[in-house]
Design a protein around this ligand. Sequence first.
Ligand code: AMP
Ligand code: TRP
Length: 333
Amino acid sequence: MYKKIFSGVQPSGNLHLGNYLGAIKNFVTLQNEPKTDCVFCVVDLHAITVKHDPAKLKNNIRETTATFIACGIDPKKSIIFNQSSVSAHSEGAWILSCVSRMGWLNRMTQFKEKAGKDKEKASIGLYSYPILMAADILLYDATHVPVGNDQKQHLELCRDIAQKFNNDFKAPDFLKVPEPLIQKQFSRIMSLKDGLKKMSKSDPSDLSRINLTDDKDEIINKIKKAKTDPLKMPEIEDTLEKRPEVENLLGIYSSLLNQDLDKSKKEFKGKNFSEFKDRLSDLLIEKILPISKEIKRLLNDKKHLDNILLEGSVKAETISSKKIAKIKELMGF
Ligand code: AMP
Ligand code: TRP
């Protein structure tokens, strides 16, 4: 079967190791599989659902584009574009918002987390954000959507929207119901400061995450300061339930090496943390520093990045304008 992949990343600055291990690394693997077409979107319309700085947006879009490329996404093989340059996304989001039900959106936990206590003051965009995400995916007939674990619920909503649209407008199979691709292991990388909190762009402490633009000293310092516990490294049979920070660091180590958690546990069993942390820093430097250097190099040539986005949006426009035309026809416009 031919696979069509679609995924998106918000250009809100501070792309981090969680974005890489949970999502972008997987994009690259998929891109290099046979019979697979990939579309990777810099979802800039999603980035304005919370307060943003207009002076920084353009460069954040370029930085996310540079990150895709530095991680191994090849604009010759995959379509890379930014959402706001293709109008079908906004148009599709409006139409699908008339298909979606309030009750479905009210269940979204990410909205509850992001809106916090004062949800009356959250933007409508933050609330309807998963509908725009559904439009992104459905416009490209995506069969598979690689994301981190935190996007699972949004993808379930996308599937519901597609099915309701097909039912309401008597168009079986017209909107393709996509499969989420969430890694079985290490799909949720946690903060370096709190093993129960997700590693996040918006955490006020920079020590909580490894940014993909960090240099060698920053990586070493952040791993040195990463929270652990007073015990030694676990034995293989130890469960890590009560040691979330240790589980997370071992998970990062394993994911970077594409190896099983058990293998990593075996490697460090009973050892001191300092030994493990030194090895983890070395590995991060080996894997992340080349990405960081490449992002910085690419950012020196803004024109080149803008051109990649422009070429990508022309291709994306061709695909999505056809789909939106059919959507409108089915609805009776
Ligand atoms: P965002 O930065 O929210 O646009 O997320 C881009 C992609 O990275 C999505 O597929 C997320 O699920 C994924 N992601 C973000 N944070 C993490 C994390 N801490 N662990 C794993 N995946 C993540
Ligand atoms: N909501 C996703 C996130 O915050 C980003 C996103 C937007 C996305 N549109 C998408 C992911 C379409 C996958 C497919 O991580």
